[in-house]
Write a new protein. Structure first.
Length: 168
């Protein structure tokens, strides 16, 4: 193509137009999208909440099976079940936080957030103001709500930089 306005073409093929892209194809992959989302404060919150929840379920299942084997019938009463479940979930979550190298004060704070709702509901249960089902239901609701508050108020970051963690 010539630079003038005559419209005359030079010999051979020409480039009619060029486009430039500021975003590479790699940045539009699902993996890159997930990294962008998980890198936000909301993404970190949701990831931490999911990690806590999964570790609690694993702890409850694992330690609950141990309790059943060591002390059959321990969880027959709702108050004993609430306390052992809270302990099992807290232990599973605390162990996972320790593996992820969270600060001991964060582990203690999150552990307190998990146990306090159950402890607060024991007195109303013992006074006959709550049924066993209500104790377990509202204890879990309070625990998950308090966990969310603690995570939102004080995001828990491990003490190991992200770049040196395996798997990230």
């Amino acid at each position: 193509m010539t630079s003038g306005t005559s419209g005359a073409r030079g010999p051979g093929p020409t480039i009619v137009g060029m486009t430039t892209s500021t975003t590479s194809y790699a940045a539009s992959t699902p993996r890159a999208w997930a990294r962008r989302i998980l890198g936000t404060r909301l993404g970190s919150f949701l990831t931490a909440y999911l990690e806590m929840t999964l570790s609690m379920v694993v702890g409850m299942g694992l330690f609950g099976a141990i309790w059943d084997g060591v002390w059959p019938g321990l969880t027959a009463r709702p108050d004993a079940m609430a306390l052992t479940m809270a302990f099992d979930m807290t232990l599973g979550m605390a162990l996972w936080m320790w593996v992820r190298r969270h600060a001991p004060r964060h582990i203690a704070l999150m552990s307190a957030a998990m146990v306090l709702p159950f402890l607060a509901l024991l007195l109303p249960y013992w006074l006959g103001l709550l049924t066993g089902d209500a104790l377990l239901t509202w204890g879990h609701v309070g625990m998950f709500a308090l966990m969310a508050v603690v995570l939102a108020w004080r995001p828990h970051a491990s003490t190991t930089p992200t770049s040196t963690r395996k798997g990230l």
